[in-house]
Design a protein around this ligand. Structure first.
Ligand code: FES
Length: 146
């Protein structure tokens, strides 16, 4: 019985001490964002994914998002934009009628390539620069926690 109680109390404590080692593996990785066949050339394709951070006993889930823009028939000719506005972090949306990404918070506008067209953002939209497309057209981006 004493050993069982020790294991019940001790294992979480050991896990807590090893926690940084476990977290290191979860801070980055490949994330599937869609299939190339579903992405039309020139039309931003939205995606989102959730990452869970573990800090001791606390778990925090954060949703991230972005848009894949196919530039041509070449499967590698992609731009992957982060949907977080570079002003104060609101989520941008693609507006077909304006042919621009629009931020609902302070009316910023970005081009299809993420360049600032108007409003207060200090820089273009961030990009996921590492991505890959496999043999069957599955698109993945490399996410790294910052
Ligand atoms: Fe997007 Fe301010 S947060 S314009």
């Amino acid at each position: 019985v004493g050993g069982l109680i020790g294991a019940v109390i001790g294992l979480p404590a050991i896990a807590y001490l090893l926690d940084p080692a476990f977290k290191a593996g979860a801070k980055e990785g490949w994330v599937t964002v869609g299939k190339l066949g579903d992405m039309q050339i020139g039309v931003p394709y939205p995606f989102s994914f959730t990452r869970t951070q573990v800090n001791g006993w606390e778990r925090t889930s954060t949703t991230h998002g972005g848009f894949v823009i196919r530039k041509s028939d070449n499967p590698q000719d992609l731009i992957v934009l982060n949907s977080r506005c570079t002003h104060l972090g609101c989520t941008i949306n693609w507006k077909t009628e304006a042919q621009a990404f629009v931020c609902p918070c302070h009316d910023a506008k970005f081009s299809r390539d993420g360049v600032v067209l108007g409003g207060p953002p200090p820089r273009p939209l961030d990009r996921y620069t590492q991505f890959r497309v496999d043999d069957v057209g599955v698109v993945e981006i490399f996410y790294k926690e910052s």
